[in-house]
Design a protein around this ligand. Structure first.
Ligand SMILES: NC(=O)c1ccc[n+]([C@@H]2O[C@H](COP(=O)([O-])OP(=O)(O)OC[C@H]3O[C@@H](n4cnc5c(N)ncnc54)[C@H](O)[C@@H]3O)[C@@H](O)[C@H]2O)c1
Length: 261
């Protein structure tokens, strides 16, 4: 399905990114991993780098291959390290990497962003998200959060709200649209990876356990990786500017509760 494609995977050293790299390689792609940590599995290429800072993103971009078929933005922080690094990695660093990589992504290629059900509130908080997404480039994130009066505990959900909104906007942005580059997102619910323990600290056991109970179990990285692989493939060529819930039905359950049906 992905034979001969070059796919860049951020967060390739752990969890969903590691499984996506393994699966896409098995489907014939050459994987270029990006992570702060060394991946355990061998990859066609690996760029060690830090997406939390403009310089880190610039250093990564300088080492990217000249031709990329898909960019999977999977690296992320849970909120536990603080709102500033979380919003920096999960949104502004991700967007800076995507915009800088765009000229290297082939016509008809794809950007697949891993968002989350935690970003469900993007519509309810739309004005804040619009204002923060409108800030171009990779800003001083601490100053942006202060200006928007973002509480520490909001860092993670906010980062995913921004990502869900930007995914829809980016699909219409000439940088991507003029060359037929699709921009899509995948939103998991709880997934059994190292970050899940941190979510328990940030959101509390009750919230995480309630989400798991709503679908019967937590996902594994193997439940999410095939969705990302499909979205990278030409079979997904008419899926653009939208979010795919890969959550075992959690969003449907939340919708029923919030919208009252
Ligand atoms: N696990 C879940 O329950 C869950 C649920 C919904 C969404 N997600 C999202 O899925 C994505 C992957 O998470 P995961 O579950 O695989 O977690 P994980 O902690 O196993 O993997 C995250 C990876 O991102 C890398 N990373 C973190 N900061 C970085 C930085 N500054 N620069 C480069 N790499 C960095 C880490 O080193 C790690 O390898 C994240 O965006 C997360 O928000 C996870």
């Amino acid at each position: 399905m992905l034979f001969g494609k070059t796919i860049v995977v951020t967060g390739a050293a752990s969890g969903i990114g590691a499984r996506t790299a393994e699966l896409c390689a098995g489907l014939g792609a050459d994987i270029i991993g990006i992570d702060v940590k060394e991946p355990r599995q061998p990859l066609a290429g690996f760029i060690q780098g830090d997406l939390s800072k403009p310089l880190g993103v610039a250093e990564i971009v300088a080492r990217l291959p000249l031709r990329i078929d898909a960019l999977c933005n999977i690296a992320g922080l849970s909120g536990a390290p603080g709102a500033t690094p979380t919003v920096a990695v999960n949104f502004y660093g991700l967007r800076a990497l995507s915009e800088a990589a765009a000229p290297r992504i082939r016509e008809g290629g794809a950007i697949v962003n891993v968002a989350s059900i935690a970003g469900y509130g993007w519509r309810a908080n739309l004005n804040r998200a619009k204002s923060m997404v409108a800030i171009a480039g990779f800003p001083d994130v601490a100053a942006v959060l202060k200006q928007h009066e973002v509480a520490e505990a909001e860092g993670y959900p906010l980062s995913k709200e921004l990502l869900l909104l930007w995914t829809q906007l980016a699909a219409q942005q000439p940088l991507f649209k003029s060359r037929g580059i699709r921009v899509v997102s995948v939103s998991p619910g709880p997934v059994e990876t190292p970050i899940l323990g941190q979510f328990r600290q940030v959101f509390g056991d009750a919230r995480v356990d309630a989400d798991i109970a709503a679908t019967g179990r937590a996902a594994t990285a193997s439940d999410i990786a095939p969705v990302i692989a499909f979205l990278c493939s030409d079979g997904a060529r008419w899926i653009n500017g939208t979010n795919i819930a890969a959550d075992g039905g959690l969003e449907a359950a939340v919708n029923a509760q919030i919208l009252g049906y």
